[in-house]
Write a protein that binds this ligand. Sequence first.
Ligand SMILES: [Zn+2]
Length: 120
Amino acid sequence: MAETPPEFLAASLKGLCPRCGAQTLFAGVLQFSKTCPKCGLNFEKFNVGDGASAALILLIGTVFVALAIIVQLSFSPPFWVHIILWVPLATAATILSLRGTKAAMLYLEYRNDAGEGRTG
Ligand SMILES: [Zn+2]
C-alpha cells in the first residue's frame, strides 16, 4: 500500500495527516487528534504551541479594522451593522487561519523531524 504524503498547502488547509494524507489531524475545531486512526502517527509528540496566534491576531485585526473603516466611509451604516458583520467574520477568520497554521506547523515539524527531545 503506497501512501503518498500530502502537499504542504493541502495538508495545512484541510488538516491532513502529514504521513498518510488522511483528513484525520483535527478531532475538534482547534484540537488535534491524539493519533492518526489510519496510519497510527502520534500527533501528541508534536508540540506546535501557540506561536502563530499573536501574529495572526495582529494580521487579522489590521485587515478587519481596515475593512470596517472602508465600510463606514462608503456606506455610513449604523453601528450594529459593524457588530453583526465583523464579530462573526473575524472570529471565523481567526479560527480558520489558526487551524491552517497549526496544521502547517505540525506538518513542518513532521517533515523536518523536529519535536521534543527523545532518547533512543
Ligand atoms: Zn496518518
